[in-house]
Design a protein around this ligand. Structure first.
Ligand code: ATP
Ligand code: MG
Length: 425
């Protein structure tokens, strides 16, 4: 039997890959405007990093990591997300000492999670994410959220829903934690074994459990909002005020708790509201993580970021029926008739490309009609036909494929003349 692609992964083929490239390009452009700079970290890290930063009570660390021993016997893990590596690098490279603060970074690349594959859930997927480190100004929370929303909107998504919540600061969370333990402890036996573990380690994570989400105690659980102290409440209000100033619509959902252990204050998710979207509608998740940098060995540093996958972005575009403006088609296809003309087009094609045009010629010794078909298939704007006879008199025939208009031009100066015809380059 022939070898097939691993479960939960996909080949992104020409025809599809242009969509990925466009999203990636837009994301990069937006990051430049918002002044987030790219960071590229390794695809694998010491396993310990994810235990420390993502947290032992999360689904990621408990069941989803591609963890293995390398030949030197060290435990390494294919990165399941990007924040851990970014913060590791921030600490290792002492970015807290950079002159420009806050440090604003973005990453884009494959992440790996051993999950049960389904629509919108892959074992290898591409995340685009940003992190702003070194500021606890609520304006940066609003900026981070707005960058994500702006990217979705610029590429044509309309049916978006942003939900935000505050997880408060340490004091608020501790108070909430006590209340949660009181709430769940008497009946924790009715919950899954994960939740039983979470009760002592991080009871807030119980609220995020996918298995027990319909248990009656979930509906009546104490909400973090009631436990926010004054400072946390003020912070949350500021974030909302700034979001409004940025024209970003949102809903407050007191039950929103993000999967990762290190979040505090702002937490948010962007979902697709499109009909026909599958069960998984979360496009982007993020939040503030004051405390993570310290956990990784750096000085106390506030941070906030988000991560979104391109896979779910594309699924949302599909669900809304949005066609991305993919620039297909080439500028010029060279059709050659006769051996000398064929030889000539080798260098002529090269010159077209050096002049900045997307150009192609026949490589299968096809008849002229078939060469024209090939040009059509490539959506050529112009076809330039060169026969041995024209070659002798220093001419080439250029046909505009949309108007059908044909012009005979001097072969010597063809490239210059073509610049006047085709404004692509
Ligand atoms: P979920 O609840 O869907 O499992 P998550 O909380 O595990 O999501 P995060 O770790 O916050 O997700 O990752 C941020 C974003 O990355 C998600 O909002 C989603 O867009 C995307 N994502 C996460 N896991 C996958 C996956 N297996 N395949 C494709 N995209 C994913
Ligand atoms: Mg998950």
């Amino acid at each position: 039997m022939s070898i097939q692609i691993p479960r939960g992964t996909q080949d992104i083929l020409p025809g599809q890959v242009e969509k990925w490239q466009l999203i990636e390009k837009k994301a990069r452009e937006l990051c430049e405007k918002y002044q987030y700079r790219e960071i590229r970290t390794p695809i694998f890290e010491h396993t310990e990093l994810f235990h420390r930063s993502v947290g032992d009570t999360t689904d990621i660390v408990q069941k989803e990591m591609y963890e293995f021993k390398d030949r030197g016997g060290r435990s390494v893990t294919l990165r399941p997300e990007g924040t851990a590596s970014t913060v590791r690098s921030y600490v290792e490279n002492k970015m807290f000492g950079y002159a420009t603060q806050p440090v604003k970074l973005f990453y884009m690349g494959p992440m790996f999670r051993y999950e049960r594959p389904q629509a919108g859930r892959f074992r290898q997927f591409v995340q685009f994410g940003i992190e702003a480190l070194g500021s606890s100004d609520p304006a940066i929370d609003a900026e981070v959220i707005s960058l994500a929303i702006t990217l979705y909107k610029e590429l044509g998504l309309k049916k978006l829903k942003l939900v935000i919540n505050s997880l408060g600061d340490k004091e608020s969370r501790n108070a909430h934690r006590e209340a949660l333990i009181k709430h769940f402890e008497p009946r924790i036996g009715e919950f899954c074994s994960d939740c039983q573990n979470r009760l002592a380690k991080n009871p807030m994570r119980i609220l995020d459990c996918k298995q027990d989400r319909n248990h009656e105690l979930m509906q009546t659980a104490p909400s973090i909002i009631e436990y926010l102290n004054d400072e946390s409440r003020r912070y949350f209000e500021k974030v909302q005020q700034y979001l409004t100033a940025l024209d970003v619509q949102f809903e407050v959902d007191p039950n929103l708790v993000r999967g990762l252990d290190y979040y505090n204050h702002t937490a948010f998710e962007i979902m697709s509201d499109a009909e026909g979207f599958g069960a998984i509608t979360t496009l982007c998740g993020g939040g503030r993580y004051n405390g993570l940098v310290e956990e990784i060995g750096g000085p106390e540093t506030p941070g906030i970021g988000f991560a979104m996958s391109i896979e779910r972005f594309l699924a949302a575009l599909d669900a809304e029926g949005v066609e991305l403006p993919i620039d297909e088609g080439i500028d010029c296809y060279l059709v050659a008739l006769g051996d000398e003309a064929k030889d000539y087009t080798v260098s002529l094609l090269h010159k077209l490309r050096l002049a900045g045009f997307k150009a192609e010629r026949d490589y299968l010794d096809r008849k002229i009609k078939t060469q024209f078909k090939a040009a059509d298939r490539l959506q050529a704007q112009f076809v330039a036909v060169l026969g041995d006879d024209e070659l002798k008199v220093n001419k080439i025939n250029v046909k505009n494929m949309s108007t059908g208009e044909q012009t005979e031009v001097e072969l010597d100066t063809f490239i210059e003349t073509f610049k006047g015809f085709c404004h692509h380059a």
